[in-house]
Design a binder for this molecule. Structure first.
Ligand code: SAM
Length: 352
């Protein structure tokens, strides 16, 4: 994909040898500023979604390689107080598998200026913890749910846990972790039916549905473009059941294109990561559970902050490494380029 197609200015880039700025926002050579930090807290998950993880196997990160809460707390402080991060999203793997989650959220919530704190979760166990997480400072959640049909849910996630997810959603609403968003990645076979039922369910419950195009981030590297549903497929399917009109609010850096459903106020969002990449508006930086900074979901290289943390580096050195990592961010994710190479890590180990 060309720079122009991505909407990126190709004429004002500094020469490749120019070092990253030492102060100011977390910027790349295309002028994009990262203010949104995605933190994967663990690579472990208690579901095995077909488009993300294999049915069995997949080695977890060794425990000693995962950042300790104190190490993570230090990186969060550097991100917020030195790099201009205003939004933190905890993800995984499954963040609810992390016992210290409430403590980690509280550490983030105590930072100044206070970041917005969100979490992407499969919702298993959220019914028990939503209140404590809200009290710790969590602002909102995105809960992944690809079908409201129990058999299909079990087929996609390889676990029979639909009721737990629904309980998690309800608890999130009660705890005020809203707007509660539902993330759906559609199954190529049943997805056209699933999405209609999902939207009815979300409108009924006051949840905000976001349909995400399936990306080449599965552990088995078996993603095939022609076997996934595109944003256009989703919209065509929904239009047979609902009236969709473009939401007039400016989209900004939000990945979802929003549509009002049947005149509103309910909306549905479609995230066309593959068919209509929005890399030009990307404002994200990513930290894996083992302390690697990634400047893109699809980056094939990482910057090892864990090593710096564990070899006595001071905050200046960690800040400089993080800035350099973002400075070298590519123009786009490259999924549509002929030479595209899928990253080694699956989505579960990067953090979606
Ligand atoms: N376990 C949590 C969950 O289920 O939301 C957080 C991690 S999960 C990797 C984060 C999000 O990534 C989920 O909404 C999931 O559906 C999405 N995801 C996983 N693999 C994906 C893929 N290959 N393409 C698009 N989205 C994917």
């Amino acid at each position: 994909m060309t720079l122009t197609a991505l909407g990126l200015p190709s004429v004002q880039r500094p020469p490749a040898t120019t070092p990253a700025p030492k102060t100011g926002p977390l910027i790349d050579t295309f002028g994009r500023i990262a203010t949104d930090l995605r933190v994967s807290l663990t690579d472990r998950c208690n579901l095995r979604c077909t488009y993300c993880m294999p049915a069995e196997g997949l080695d977890w990160l060794p425990k000693d390689q995962v950042l300790a809460p104190a190490e993570l707390g230090r990186l969060l402080r550097i991100a917020v107080t030195r790099l201009g991060i205003t939004n933190i999203r905890f993800t995984g793997g499954e963040p609810l598998l992390v016992r210290a989650l409430e403590d980690i959220v509280a550490v983030a919530a105590a930072l100044e200026p206070r970041p917005e704190i969100a979490m992407t979760t499969n919702g298993l166990g959220l019914a028990r913890r939503a209140g404590a997480l809200a009290a710790a400072g969590l602002n909102r959640v995105n809960i992944s749910l690809d079908s409201v049909d129990a058999a299909r849910f079990a087929a996609i996630t390889r676990r029979d846990r639909l009721d737990d997810v629904l309980a998690g959603l309800a608890a999130a609403k009660v705890a005020g972790l809203g707007p509660v968003k539902v993330n759906a990645v559609l199954d190529p076979v049943s997805g056209r039916e699933d999405v209609v039922d999902l939207l009815r369910f979300c409108l009924d419950q006051g949840y905000h549905l976001r349909v995400i195009e399936q990306m080449p981030l599965d552990a088995g590297h078996s993603w095939r473009r022609g076997e996934t549903l595109t944003a256009d497929d989703v919209l065509e399917t929904l239009r047979a059941h609902f009236t969709l009109t473009p939401d007039p609010r400016p989209r900004g850096s939000a990945p979802a294109q929003l549509w009002q459903v049947d005149g509103g106020p309910g909306t549905v969002g479609v995230i066309a990561s593959v068919s209509r990449a929005f890399c030009a508006a990307c404002d994200r930086t990513r930290l894996t559970a083992d302390g690697q900074v990634r400047n893109c979901l699809f980056a094939t290289s990482e910057t090892d902050l864990r090593l710096l943390l564990r070899t006595g580096a001071d905050d200046d050195a960690i800040e400089a490494a993080w800035r350099a990592a973002m400075w070298s961010k590519a123009a786009g994710h490259g999924i549509n380029d002929p030479g595209f190479v899928q990253p080694d890590r699956p989505m579960s180990a990067i953090g979606g």
